[in-house]
Design a protein around this ligand. Structure first.
Ligand code: ATP
Ligand code: MG
Length: 391
């Protein structure tokens, strides 16, 4: 029963019902319930308006009042959204305005797929106007209503089809798939931030490769920067990426021409990581890395660079992950910060002011330490310095 499965959601629904409103669990949680999978993330839909919801609970957070959403904070935080329809779509994006409605059916009608358009009462009665249960049984993703109309309203739904197909390993209903084929160009109108979120979700689902195959075969991929199609066979080798950023790393590594990930609104940290993976891949000479490479790149960067270059080149892994770990551990210097002398020491020994020479010396010293030519010990470093520079 819902009371045991989702006690906090149950309590929210009960409170709303006692105040005379309707309330149900909706969306992904119902889909997962029908599939026999436990969902932690439970959304509630209600006939109460946001201000009516706020009056009933002592702790709420406004996250999107204009879209009808209020967070109710109890032992857990639950998203409560007012029944709404999405009347005005202007340019193939999300609606600029929503209209609150008093009927559950209208709220369910505006949802994307039959499997996502069901509601569950607190007594575990499933409200299913669009045969969502049957489609789940058949492992099928089907648009609610006319797919051409639904994808024209919000083109992101086309990418969501692919994401859910990869996530659930479901097939796509024929009409729904044909609509994507004919409307793929509309995806250009969707903000790149929303696209990024869906791509990253595809990469971390159980069937990432299948998702990327569909991304290309549906022609959606053509509408975006870079080349997604040349390496589609290599993409297909993935079940799931360990994390979303490795998807970007693989994408960047697969490009013939450099890709600027700022076009996908990747963050600076994400771009920095990808850049390191590209550098590490580039530094592989005859499938080997120097000690300095093992020193300068983090283990996850090395692992990504090793596995993705081997996949893309169809070659054996240069190092097993265990070898990478061992080699990294065997480097006598873990970080430049650990070097026991500093710039002041070097300036004093050299009797010279700060200048470009200093960085050069530190770089050379680092290499000597990384290669184990000398130990990280003041006396040894001082001797090394006078050997190298005092002539
Ligand atoms: P997940 O397990 O990935 O969270 P979910 O079904 O909860 O899956 P969300 O993106 O969190 O997916 O959306 C919640 C619900 O809101 C969906 O189940 C669907 O009913 C509705 N929804 C979300 N995005 C759209 C959209 N673009 N168009 C129509 N309905 C949508
Ligand atoms: Mg969700």
């Amino acid at each position: 029963m819902m009371k045991n499965r989702w006690p906090v959601a149950f309590q929210v629904i009960e409170t709303l019902e006692n105040a005379g409103f309707e309330a149900y669990v909706v969306g992904g949680a119902v889909r997962d319930f029908i599939r026999g999978v436990h969902a932690n993330d439970v959304d509630i839909t209600t006939s109460a308006t946001p201000s009516e919801v706020k009056q009933l609970f002592s702790h709420t957070i406004d996250v999107g009042i204009e879209h009808g959403t209020v967070l109710v904070v109890l032992e857990e935080t639950i998203e409560v959204t007012t029944f709404r329809s999405e009347a005005t779509y202007s340019d193939f994006r999300r609606p600029d305005q929503v209209a609150f409605v008093r009927s559950l059916r209208e709220d369910l009608e505006r949802r994307d797929f039959t499997m996502n358009a069901m509601a569950l009462s607190k007594e575990d009665v499933v409200i299913d106007y669009f045969e969502g249960q049957a489609d789940i049984e058949a492992n099928l993703i089907k648009a609610v209503g006319d797919p051409l109309k639904r994808f024209s309203e919000d083109a992101l739904r086309m990418l969501r089809v692919i994401r859910f197909s990869a996530q659930l390993d479901f097939q796509v209903d024929e009409n729904t798939l044909e609509a994507i084929q004919s409307l793929h160009e509309l995806i250009r109108h969707v903000s790149i931030e929303r696209v990024k979120v869906e791509l990253e979700k595809i990469w971390t689902t159980a069937h990432a490769g299948k998702g990327m195959d569909m991304f290309v075969s549906s022609n959606l991929a053509k509408e975006f920067p870079g080349d997604w199609s040349t390496n589609v066979e290599e993409w297909k080798s993935f079940s799931a990426f360990e994390n979303k950023i490795n998807g970007w790393a693989f994408f960047a590594l697969s490009q013939e021409i450099d890709i600027n990930l700022a076009e996908y609104k990747c963050s600076n940290a994400e771009m920095m990581y990808v850049k390191k993976v590209l550098q590490a891949a580039n530094n592989l000479e005859e499938n080997r890395w120097s000690n300095y490479d093992f020193f300068q790149f983090e283990e996850n960067v090395l692992v990504a660079a090793a596995s993705y270059t081997s996949i893309l080149a169809g070659k054996q892994l240069p190092y097993s992950f265990e070898e990478i770990h061992q080699q990294k551990m065997a480097i006598p210097l873990a970080s430049s910060k650990d070097i026991v002398v500093n710039g002041n020491d070097l300036m004093e020994w050299a009797e010279q002011k700060r200048g470009p020479w200093l960085k050069e010396v530190i770089d050379k010293l680092t290499v000597a330490l990384v290669n184990g030519e000398i130990q990280n010990d003041r006396k040894q470093i001082r001797d090394w310095f006078f050997r190298e520079y005092d002539n």
